[in-house]
Design a protein around this ligand. Structure first.
Ligand code: GLN
Length: 197
């Protein structure tokens, strides 16, 4: 089994570490590969699109030829988890800012996103989030977080804060507005790995 983490920019090592710990916790073995270039995604069984800066990430994913490989991976229904900027990239539609700047999106999930949904005053915050696959709340870390403002019928909403959707699923895709790699709680990574093992 091979797990890929897009490593063009953003919090890559934290995801790698969380996946390593989660694998160890469940007594499974898998190779974890970081991806900067074309040619590696097709060999992966699951993929993580980390947080970072979605404009930069989007541009580089296309320039490196990785964007099309991710689309193929999605066609093959392999598990993909996008966190924060990853959630933005997965969307089919963005906000005014995204449209104006012609920002590249992968368009794999039937969602419309707001890139900076929680505004300046709430740049970073933590929230005890109820997730349907967990028994107790999850301490979710939000950093300049996006949100999903509209979701199509194939999207399952997992969690919202006020009217903003912050966790959602569409078939093989899991999109989170927060950073599960920044806490010691491995339950979200475990939920993602449940799709593989
Ligand atoms: N809001 C940021 C963006 O537009 C994402 C922030 C993050 O990934 N921590 O790219």
């Amino acid at each position: 089994m091979k797990l890929g983490v897009i490593a063009i920019q953003g919090d890559v090592s934290e995801h790698v570490e969380a996946l390593e710990k989660a694998l160890e916790q469940r007594g499974e073995k898998a190779e974890i590969v970081t991806i900067k270039h074309k040619g590696i995604v097709p060999g992966c069984d699951a993929l993580v699109l980390p947080g970072g800066e979605s404009t930069t990430l989007g541009k580089l994913l296309i320039r490196e030829g990785i964007a099309d490989e991710i689309r193929d991976m999605n066609e093959a229904c392999k598990p993909i988890m996008g966190t924060c900027a990853g959630l933005i990239l997965l969307a089919t539609e963005g906000d005014e800012q995204v449209r104006k700047t012609h920002q590249h999106l992968l368009g794999l999930m039937d969602t419309r996103v707001n890139r900076n949904a929680f505004g300046r005053q709430r740049d970073s915050f933590e929230f005890q989030l109820e997730l349907p696959f967990l028994d107790t709340p999850y301490n979710a870390v939000f950093i300049r977080a996006p949100g999903i403002v509209e979701a199509g019928k194939d999207v399952t909403i997992l969690a919202s804060i006020d009217d903003m959707i912050v966790a959602a699923e569409q078939e093989n895709i899991l999109a989170l507005a927060f950073h599960p790699e920044l806490t010691d709680d491995l339950r979200v990574h475990q939920y993602f790995l449940d799709k593989l093992f």
